[in-house]
Write a protein that binds this ligand. Structure first.
Ligand code: FHN
Length: 444
């Protein structure tokens, strides 16, 4: 049945009735290395998202809600925006410092923008001079420097790569964003754009050794275009069979994608209005979140989420079996915003103490509820009580048999009663922790 359906689609596509543009890499079978990396990914749980580019110089232009989109939001003509690289000189950038901060934060990988929607490459690209090495006074390949340091300190590096491009002349017809930007292309060859993008991806996959994967974004700009995902995904998997491919297209994963991401929403939630597709049970999951309200550097955005809020979001994500990718927008001088460093260090301290209940776990026997979440590793179940006044906590739907139950923090016993619906825990008020009261259950 499936086979006939695929054949019919192929026929329609050849006959010109339909453009097959969303089916991904048909017939994709992940390599053993890829499957291993998916396990690594799920075990390691927590990474740093980095939105850094020439837009950082503008710091959002003094407006909330603007950062890496400033070219679009302020309709900066292409010719004027092209002056920005001339001012980009992040002399304080210190890859070793970034990576050791990441390690102290308890993060295990970094996902950094190799190119955002403005089309500027943050690495040494040979197919366009519109890159950090050729077009800025800084002249150094920050991705290369970061990769070397990541290798040294045992951190994996992923690249965020925007498929949407407000700068490239072959990104034509233009999509639904950036229509008012003066100087954008009036004609162009879409196939050449895809070739350009694939060549940049080949550079990213061959110039820096093994990378963690590619985090795509921007397909939503032209939902009906033929993105030739099959070609792009096959190329990536050929060059680095272990690299994980994911795309922020806000749909269920297409064949050839190795993980699924949720932007500023826990899996299954849809406060942003675009995460309404359900949760894949085929590939690892990841949720990304900002520390304030911006991805890139915004000089006035002081809307910082608390350490408690972010830690609890990470725990809830883990309760869905999802990774947490927490974002920072480095400043134009190359330093991480000090407020972000403080937050990262505080979450790191929590993880240093409670990491056992997060790293190496998968989602637990009960999906996240108002009161908290559960995670599981082998015969250990971790009940994360995040929001509860103390007293009795009924966990409906809990089934596994329990041998011992203890508070993670002081090892004292927890009273557990089995009921028809699940279990009831007794949580004396004095045992409650501000961020997360972890109860460890050893299973029979
Ligand atoms: O437009 C981008 C945005 O700038 C940022 O990169 C986020 C990160 O998930 N994704 C897009 C919006 O969906």
């Amino acid at each position: 049945m499936k086979h006939h359906f695929a054949k019919a689609l192929t026929f329609l596509a050849f006959a010109g009735f339909l453009t097959i543009n969303v089916l991904g890499q048909e017939g994709y079978v992940p390599s053993a290395e890829n499957l291993e990396n998916r396990e690594w990914f799920q075990d390691n749980k927590y990474g740093l998202f980095v939105h850094w580019g020439v837009y950082s110089i503008m710091g959002g232009g003094g407006e909330q809600g603007i950062a890496e989109w400033i070219m679009e939001r302020k309709n900066i003509p292409v010719a004027q925006y092209e002056k920005l690289p001339g001012f980009f000189n992040p002399v304080e950038f210190d890859a070793a410092e970034w990576v050791s901060m990441v390690k102290k934060a308890g993060m295990k990988y970094i996902t950094i923008t190799s190119k955002h929607h403005d089309g500027f490459a943050m690495y040494d690209s040979k197919v366009s001079d519109y890159n950090i090495v050729d077009a800025t006074p800084y002249g150094k390949d920050v991705l290369g420097l970061l990769k070397k340091e990541c290798d040294k300190q045992g951190i994996k590096l992923f690249f965020y790569h925007s498929q949407l491009d407000w700068h490239h002349p072959d990104y034509y017809p233009i999509g639904r964003t950036g229509k008012e930007i003066e100087g954008r292309t009036q004609s162009g060859d879409w196939d050449s754009y895809i070739e350009y993008m694939n060549t940049q991806l080949s550079e990213l996959l061959t110039q820096y050794g093994d990378i963690g994967g590619i985090w795509f974004d921007g397909m939503w700009d032209k939902p009906d275009a033929d993105w030739k995902l099959s070609e792009t995904y096959a190329l990536i998997h050929k060059l680095q069979p272990g690299a994980l491919v994911g795309s922020n297209h806000h749909k269920m994963p297409y064949p050839g994608e190795d993980f699924m991401m949720f932007e500023r929403d826990l899996p299954g939630e849809n406060s942003m209005g675009f995460n309404n597709t359900g949760i894949s049970d085929q590939v690892p999951l990841e949720m990304c979140e900002t520390m304030n309200g911006s991805w890139g550097f915004n000089i006035i955005d002081q809307n910082y989420k608390s350490v408690k809020k972010l830690t609890q979001t990470m725990v809830r994500a883990a309760g869905y079996g999802a990774n947490f990718l927490l974002n920072t927008g480095p400043m134009p001088n190359g330093m991480i915003q000090p407020e972000n460093v403080d937050t990262l260090m505080a979450i790191g301290q929590w993880l240093e103490r409670h990491g056992e209940s997060i790293y190496g776990t998968r989602k637990g026997p009960v999906i996240p509820q108002e009161w908290g979440a559960t995670t599981q590793k082998g015969n250990m179940v971790y009940i994360h009580v995040l929001d509860h006044p103390g007293g009795t906590l009924e966990i409906a739907g809990y089934k596994p048999k329990i041998k011992t139950a203890q508070f993670f923090d002081d090892g004292s016993d927890v009273e557990v009663k089995k009921t028809k619906e699940g279990i009831i825990l007794t949580l004396p008020k004095e045992k409650l922790q501000d961020i997360d009261t972890v109860v460890v259950l050893e299973l029979k």
